[in-house]
Design a protein around this ligand. Structure first.
Ligand code: HMG
Ligand code: MG
Length: 289
């Protein structure tokens, strides 16, 4: 494929406070999470995923989501999102004051079971139960699709397994679908192979990409995404984290790395790199690595 011109700008979704912190066993104080997010807000990020409302038995680190959201300074131009697995989590996020939520399903059956204790079909049925609530509340809804290229349990995932799940997410009226390389194993040609298979009737502007950087492929994968017209990328300040149910996965592509790359390539992010660096340095300073 011939190289296309880079876009004038991209949007970054900061997932550090959720994806970054969720697998860290060391307890991070609520006040420190608030400070981390306040630093991120002051970097003028367009969207921050603040926390999740999942079972605290499954992810103890994020059991204080409501307190964190109550404590942060909310910037008017930033969308604050909570990750929710089911109706219980959705209602908790609404009670806490969130107007934007992210739901999540997987393309691999084994990962679905390990991460959410249900099959892919059952996870879609959970979303069907949640849909009347998010519609009635007029929430913005993001949808993650994990293991789009590789599964920690099943290995390589074929695009044929991914496309029908995307279709089901769109049928539920989900606004933006983030395709996840959960364990950071995908390479640019694999990313391109899936993106080339997306049917033309799906708007490419409704997609985001979510790369973990376990093997250092994440930035090259962003370049592959840009060549296919994708403008939204999930990152975490400090590059921290991973999924507790995806053994071997490391943190997301770091927000600092993506902004620096964009600065070098004249792609605008409209974010304050120094403040993102301060947020990343702060959270990393707390971690016993
Ligand atoms: P389950 O055990 O099957 O749930 O877990 P259940 O419905 O049978 O309920 C069991 C207990 O959990 C009950 O409490 C429920 O009330 C409680 P008990 O009666 O035993 O005291 N419960 C909840 N509590 C608080 N909030 C809730 C909630 N739901 C049930 N929302 C469940 C099913 C989905 C809850 C569980 O599997 C779970 O919480 N999984 C989440 C795991 C997770 O957070 N993984 C990481 C996020 S996904 C990710 O990182 C990937 C992503 O970054 C993209 C990528 O990289 O690919 C998004
Ligand atoms: Mg992730």
């Amino acid at each position: 494929m011939s190289e296309k011109k880079l876009p004038p700008s991209i949007r970054i979704v900061e997932v550090g406070p959720r994806d970054g912190l969720q697998s860290i066993l060391q307890r991070i104080e609520t006040a420190d999470k608030i400070k981390y997010i306040d630093l991120l807000s002051s970097a003028e990020l367009p969207e921050i995923e603040v926390t999740s409302f999942v079972s605290p038995k499954w992810v103890p680190q994020l059991g204080d989501g409501a307190e964190v959201f109550a404590g942060i300074r909310k910037r008017r131009m930033t969308v604050y999102t909570a990750l929710v697995p089911n109706t219980k989590g959705l209602e908790a996020a609404i009670d806490a004051g969130f107007r934007s939520v992210a739901v999540f399903v997987a393309a691999s059956e084994t990962f679905s079971k390990k991460n959410t204790n249900c099959t892919i079909a059952e996870s879609i049925a959970r979303l069907e139960q949640m849909q009347p609530i998010w519609k009635a509340e007029d929430l913005r809804v993001r949808g993650y699709l994990s293991t789009c290229w590789h599964c920690p349990y099943e290995g390589k995932i074929d695009p044929e397994q991914v496309l029908p799940v995307i279709d089901q997410l769109f049928r539920l009226g989900i606004d933006e679908i983030s395709l996840g390389d959960t364990i950071g194993k995908a390479q640019p040609d694999e990313v391109a192979a899936l993106l080339q298979r997306l049917p033309k009737e799906w708007a490419i502007t409704d997609f985001a990409l979510h790369f973990h950087d376990t093997f250092g492929y994440a930035l090259s994968n962003v370049e592959a995404g840009l060549q296919h017209g994708i403008r939204v990328y999930d990152t975490s300040a400090g590059g921290i984290g991973g999924c507790p149910y995806a053994p071997g996965a490391s943190g997301n592509l770091s927000t600092e790395a993506l902004i620096s790359w964009c600065d070098d390539h004249d792609v605008a992010t409209n974010m304050k790199l120094d403040q993102v660096r301060a947020a990343g340095a702060f959270i990393r300073s707390l971690l016993v690595l």
